[in-house]
Design a protein around this ligand. Structure first.
Ligand code: PHE
Length: 472
């Protein structure tokens, strides 16, 4: 199988596909608001430090482990630790986690698609009413949108790594960059926009506390698609002539660049909508921001560009978010698909059918857990509250297991595969890497403080989410 494993067609194609995975709803909405609320430029600096000093080494370790083993995450764990079944738990987690994250992400993506269609239908004004979101997520139309998304992702993945994933990213990512820049220029030329820029960029160190640091770390880790097996899988499709270090740097830069630029769009838009905005009111959750707050901001633009002008701006924004979400969804669903292909020795088509059909069923359970089906709405009780199935999936897989997976991959690479092998893999296609400062830094950090931090975040999250306690 190894000899004819699929590959990306070009280095740029790989970088765009990995950036497509990394750039998602978290960058476009979550980051700007978190940055604005938690210290502006001070948060940005902290975030950039986490991206480059903590996340980039983990990203390189995942890519190297994938390229060396030429396997999906479970196959990679088995490859590096063939005789020790305990390690395979890490491999299983790296398949189950992306599966479950894909499920909740698909639900949010279907809402984005629904909003896009509604705006194109001339319903922007209706979207700003308080009842719209609640009604929409409980309406039968969500099933149609879920089916549409399943078909779109299915078609892209059906065409495989080069003709599907890479080609999709080559179309969607440049379109995304152009739409983002176009919207930024438009918003920055509105009245009061500069108040938003100032609010976004003026550093306020007093806001930085342990919770904010923890939040910035989680955001950086999630944003780079770490701990989800994605980069192990994508790494297995990269040829040996490519420099992993340089490609990873490009992906991290693109991801951080988009997050930063999205801030220049979202915050000035909020301020030009209402110059006296009280940012404490901005919700922490990307979901309520996208679906209840942003439509109001777009509608307010009708004063200067008319109803249809405002609708067009809103539609471009939702299309942007939709593309970002779709490329992330493609990357994350490819993980279990490649897992089933490798482990069961079936064709891509069969693997896709098996993963896709079961995933739609679990996604349905998530989609109806907002009141449509009581069983899934009040699914479980923990941490002092009743939780829906959707909440449970987010709490367990997104919040809790991701840092654990990051910890496990560091341990696997450094203590099982060993640093010397990692270095050899990273030197492939990159002779300058040998003996560089980056190499020394990565060797040191991956074996010491990075796994310690990830383990700490994991333990703290478990205490926090499930026992209402905290270490910090
Ligand atoms: N990086 C994505 C984001 O910021 C996270 C993600 C990746 C989510 C892949 C799902 C699948 O939104």
């Amino acid at each position: 199988m190894t000899a004819n494993r699929e590959q990306f067609g070009s280095r740029l194609g790989f970088i765009l596909a990995a950036a497509g995975s990394a750039v998602g709803i978290g960058n476009l909405v979550g980051f700007p608001v978190n940055a604005a609320k938690n210290g502006g430029a001070a948060f940005l600096l902290l975030y950039a430090l986490f991206v480059f000093l903590i996340c980039l080494p983990v990203m390189m370790a995942e890519l190297a482990a994938g390229r060396n083993s030429r396997k999906n995450p479970l196959g990679a764990y088995q490859h590096f630790a063939p005789d020790n079944k305990l390690w395979h738990i890490g491999g299983w987690l790296s398949l189950v986690t992306p599966y479950m994250i894909a499920v909740f992400y698909a639900v949010i993506t279907l809402w984005v698609l629904g909003y896009l269609v509604a705006i194109l239908n001339g319903e922007l004004e209706a979207l700003t009413t308080t009842e719209y979101f609640g009604n929409f997520i409980n309406s039968p139309s969500i099933f149609i949108y879920l089916a549409l998304i399943a078909v779109m992702v299915g078609v892209i993945l059906h065409f495989g790594v080069k003709e599907g994933i890479e080609r999709g990213a080559k179309i969607m990512m440049p379109s995304l960059f152009i739409m983002l820049l176009g919207l930024v220029v438009f918003v920055l030329t509105r009245d009061n926009a500069m108040a938003g820029v100032q609010y976004y960029l003026i550093p306020d160190v007093s806001k930085i506390d342990a919770k904010v640091i923890n939040g910035a770390m989680g955001q950086a880790f999630f944003s780079l698609s770490l701990g989800m097996g994605i980069l192990i899988t994508y790494g297995s499709y990269v040829d040996r002539q490519a420099s992993i270090a340089n490609s990873a740097k490009m992906v991290a830069l693109a991801d951080t660049g988009v997050a930063f630029t999205a801030g220049l769009l979202v915050l000035p838009a909020i301020f030009s909508f209402n110059p006296n905005v009280n940012t404490a009111e901005l919700s922490d959750s990307s979901v309520s921001l996208i679906f209840t707050f942003l439509p109001k901001i777009f509608l307010a633009m009708q004063a200067s560009v008319g109803y249809w002008g405002a609708s067009i701006v809103a539609a471009i924004f939702f299309l942007l978010v939709f593309f970002a979400a779709l490329t992330s969804l493609v990357s994350i669903i490819e993980v279990p698909v490649s897992g089933v292909m490798d482990q069961k020795g079936v064709t891509r088509h069969q693997a896709l059918l098996m993963v896709g059909s079961t995933m739609v069923v679990v996604a349905l359970a998530c989609a109806v857990s907002f009141g449509m089906v009581d069983f899934f709405t009040s699914f479980i009780h923990y941490g002092g509250a009743s939780k829906s199935f959707f909440d449970l999936v987010i709490d367990v897989f997104y919040d809790t297991i991701l840092p654990l997976n990051g910890f496990l991959i560091c341990m696997l690479v450094v203590y099982r595969w060993k640093k010397a092998q990692l270095n050899k893999e990273l030197e492939q296609g990159d002779p300058e890497y040998k003996g560089s400062l980056a190499e020394r830094y990565i060797n040191f950090s991956l074996g010491t403080f990075i796994p310690v931090i990830l383990l700490f975040v994991f333990i703290n999250t478990v205490l926090n989410k499930f026992f209402s306690m905290s270490l910090i």
